[in-house]
Design a protein. Structure first.
Length: 120
């Protein structure tokens, strides 16, 4: 019994640390995407639960729900599902088992989708 409890506790600790590390990697990629475009106004969150706010431009910070939906649709066509909430905000919540390669792939898909949206 004590052994099982210790394994459970260790597994939970490993998942929590992994979520923080992979979440930081994801947030860094999304922040880089934000710095490359005017349509992302903010990237926020903690661990693997992140939000990305789409705006018309960062100067006005006016919501851009059409951009959020269009870019999410472009991501979906590339195999990445993104949840649009509150009209202009994405909720990004990959599973705890997500790999670094999957995080990097998601960021790449998001960047490609933003570029596609901006050039339409």
């Amino acid at each position: 019994m004590i052994g099982l409890a210790m394994l459970s506790l260790a597994r939970e600790h490993v998942h929590r640390a992994s979520a923080e590390t992979k979440g930081a990697r994801l947030k860094m990629g999304l922040t880089e995407a934000m710095n490359a475009t005017e349509i992302i106004g903010d990237v926020r969150g903690r661990g693997l639960l992140l939000g990305t706010e789409f705006v018309i431009d960062r100067g006005s910070m006016n919501p851009a729900p059409q951009a959020a939906t269009a870019v999410a649709d472009a991501c979906r066509r590339r195999g990445l599902l993104i949840q649009v909430v509150s009209g202009n905000v994405w909720r990004i919540a990959p599973p705890l088992t997500v790999s670094n390669d999957e995080v990097d792939s998601a960021v790449s898909i998001i960047q490609e989708s933003i570029t596609e949206y901006e050039h339409v």
